[in-house]
Design a binder for this molecule. Structure first.
Ligand SMILES: O=C(O)[C@H](O)COP(=O)(O)O
Length: 403
């Protein structure tokens, strides 16, 4: 516990009265309506965390609506998810992001020069749901569907600094200790062993303000955040695992650090991915996408030129800083009686360093752009795009669920 303030405002949980936050957001429901977006994969519907999320949301009376961004292949899967969410008392809508109606709209957009048909996954689904949520929300919170330690405080803590007129923040990011207190295990492997030492490495080579800003977030990869609809309309969402980091960079470019904060969400645990045996799987894929995002930020916002020798330096320095951190995490874990496998952690750093080398080479050859267009741009091409998507969701439910 500390009360340290960094480059961005940090809202600690010394004694936050969660019921008071929920009551206050509820009072502001008409003036500043708030929505929640949950991206889900069909497989997640049968997992216990989602059931717990729904029962907690039923106690979180402050939300105007929940928008479920669903990745599902078949009509049966879609219908199953709509049925499943009938337990949720808050007004909600399921966006079948891969359904024929949504796809048809995306192909119409393509004909008009805005092509997001090649994007797949969470980024694209979040993009679609954001369009619908902005139709009638002042603020939008986002979180994943696999949170094991979920409580109704999450949306309340994320939304309060934004909807409270006395605070008026534009963006709020959650942070936490990714520690499972039952198994006494320290998780968050990619953040602790990759993002953090990589950011330190990049900052050693550049004084760019954006790196200082990125370092101020206590959990850069947290998928729990909230922002105003206005901001959500103006940022470009990355379509791959670089989503969280790329989004922070977009927020930096579209607002001022005075309007950005982070909030303590306590302890956190979720479903863990395997490390993966190559760069197209598991944590290795995640690390590769995040690294490419950092290289794009470096190219756009610093004076550094990405070259083979620059990448070589990054690779060597990252490895050293990653190994130094292991010593520190070990001390922290030992004093707290947490399980900590030092050898395994060393292997992660070796693997992540390899991904840096390979992804760096790829970046030099193809500095690919995975940022989707912002909503303001999409609306300039198709002014009623959000309404069309909303109508498509209603039509899907009518056609497939009322048989
Ligand atoms: O935040 C992270 O570091 C990644 O999502 C991996 O998390 P995990 O180690 O908790 O599975």
């Amino acid at each position: 516990m500390d009360f340290y303030q960094e480059y961005i405002t940090t809202i600690h949980d010394f004694s936050i009265d969660k019921e008071r936050l929920i009551k206050r957001i509820h009072e502001l429901k008409t003036r500043r309506p708030a929505s929640l977006i949950i991206p889900i994969l069909y497989e997640e519907v049968n997992n216990p965390p989602l059931k717990n999320i729904i029962s907690n949301l039923n106690e979180c009376t402050c939300l105007n609506q929940v928008v479920i961004a669903l990745a599902a292949e078949t009509e049966e899967e879609y219908v199953h998810v709509v049925e499943f969410f009938k337990e949720l008392k808050t007004p909600h809508i399921v966006v079948w992001c891969d359904g024929p109606r949504a796809q048809h709209i995306l192909f119409t957009m393509k004909k008009m020069g805005i092509d997001i048909t090649s994007y797949k996954g969470k980024g694209k689904d979040v993009w679609l749901a954001t369009g619908i949520a902005t139709l009638d929300s002042y603020a939008i919170a986002y979180h994943d569907a696999d949170i094991v330690t979920y409580s109704k405080d999450f949306p309340a803590k994320l939304l309060y600094p934004i909807v409270e007129p006395e605070l008026n923040f534009f963006f709020n990011k959650g942070y936490y200790a990714r520690i499972n207190m039952e198994t006494k295990t320290m998780h968050g492997r990619v953040f602790r062993l990759f993002v953090r030492p990589l950011l330190d490495t990049l900052q050693a080579d550049s004084k760019a303000d954006i790196l200082r800003y990125l370092l101020a977030f206590r959990y850069t990869l947290a998928g729990e955040f909230a922002m105003t609809s206005d901001l959500a309309m103006n940022i470009r969402i990355p379509a791959d695992w670089g989503l969280e980091v790329g989004l922070l960079a977009e927020v930096y470019r579209n607002t001022t650090t005075k309007k950005i904060c982070q909030t303590d969400l306590g302890y956190y645990d979720h479903k863990h991915q395997d490390v993966g045996s190559n760069r197209s799987e598991g944590l290795c894929k995640m690390v590769g996408d995040i690294f490419t995002t950092f290289m794009r930020i470096t190219t756009e916002s610093t004076d550094n030129i990405i070259s083979p020798s620059y990448l070589h330096g990054i690779h060597v320095k990252y490895k050293r800083l990653g190994q130094d951190l292991i010593r520190r995490y070990h001390a922290d874990a030992l004093c707290n009686g947490l399980c900590y496998n030092r050898h395994e952690e060393e292997l992660y750093v070796d693997m992540f360093a390899n991904v840096i080398r390979r992804s760096g080479e790829d970046y030099l050859e193809h500095p690919s752009d995975v940022l989707m267009p912002d909503w303001t741009r999409a609306l300039s091409a198709m002014p009623d795009l959000r309404e069309q998507l909303y109508e498509a969701c209603l039509a899907d439910e009518k056609e497939y669920c009322n048989k």
